[in-house]
Design a protein around this ligand. Sequence first.
Ligand SMILES: NC(=O)c1ccc[n+]([C@@H]2O[C@H](COP(=O)([O-])OP(=O)(O)OC[C@H]3O[C@@H](n4cnc5c(N)ncnc54)[C@H](OP(=O)(O)O)[C@@H]3O)[C@@H](O)[C@H]2O)c1
Ligand SMILES: [Zn+2]
Length: 336
Amino acid sequence: MPKMRAVQVSAPHAELELVELEIPEPAAGSVRIKVEACGICHSDSLIKEGLMPIAYPRVPGHEVAGVIDAVGTGVEGWKTGQRVGVGWNGGYCGYCDQCRRGNFFACQTASKVTGLTTDGGYAEYAIAPATALARIPDDLTAVEAAPLMCAGVTTFNALRNSGAQPGDTVAVHGLGGLGHLGVQFAAKMGFRTVAIARGADKEPLARQLGASVYIDSAAGDPAAALTALGGAKVILATVTSGEAMASVTGGLGPNGTILTIGAAEPFPVSPLFLLMGNRAVKGWYSGVSIDSQDTLAFAAMTGIRSMNEEFPLERVKEAYERMISGKVRFRAVLTM
Ligand SMILES: NC(=O)c1ccc[n+]([C@@H]2O[C@H](COP(=O)([O-])OP(=O)(O)OC[C@H]3O[C@@H](n4cnc5c(N)ncnc54)[C@H](OP(=O)(O)O)[C@@H]3O)[C@@H](O)[C@H]2O)c1
Ligand SMILES: [Zn+2]
């Protein structure tokens, strides 16, 4: 059997290891992708640190971009040679009760999570159901497209469904992989975009990405600073700390919503503060393949790009370390 290079986690807390695996064959309804690039998302730490009840070994990676190189039986509308991306949502059935209600992410039958319940894109080849595929526009390279498959779609989809209107104050909390794309999407959607991050060093980058206001959360109370701006209609909280989310929630204006995107620990919130201004705390869970495809198209159309540091697959440990230590500006992307 022909082999491929892949990076796997053999057990919770184990190192990322470069291994040789058999090149997988696509099952019915699936395609095989020759992976060209795969982003490293903070959520990959869930696999590495054993925070989810999954089977090991596992190949992580849910920001996959590449080319279809084999098509399983029963697949319609996709062929070899097409450039595609795959994100966290690894496909759905389309006929269960949840799918029929449009809740594809909650599919009860074929629900898969790329790089979590199935092997993902830290490899030369990956398998994905046809329902998980997004078309990559010609204007985007694989390295540009990869981070849009999770960091991009999660922030784009959260913002476009947030209820904010052009001109509304939208704060993006955290300037990591998700946050730096969130700032760009918010600005291009016409929101008065506020970036909130720790320290002054990220201010020039935040402004370059489209933020009209920058709040240094280390220099003062970020909630008070938001309130002084009139309060936020939406806070897109991409940070990995619940304490940090709690510190900005008081900056919500009337009818404001904090969208908790970051997988953080619980944080306290005052019911009185919520009820007296019709405010809300709401989660947002990435999107499905068509949301990813919309994200790619919007980014291509508006010139939005992830700022990436590229690493060949064999340097995965270094790339992961750059991400988990918060040093990467702003996404580490593996190339095959
Ligand atoms: N909801 C979804 O569907 C979804 C999708 C993808 C990812 N996620 C989650 O979203 C989060 C962000 O992912 P990412 O890939 O963007 O991560 P990342 O690139 O590592 O960025 C993490 C961000 O959190 C900030 N942060 C960490 N600790 C903080 C603290 N104590 N106080 C304030 N800020 C802090 C960092 O700020 P500094 O730069 O100042 O350190 C950075 O902006 C992760 O929890 C990830 O699992 C959720
Ligand atoms: Zn992710």
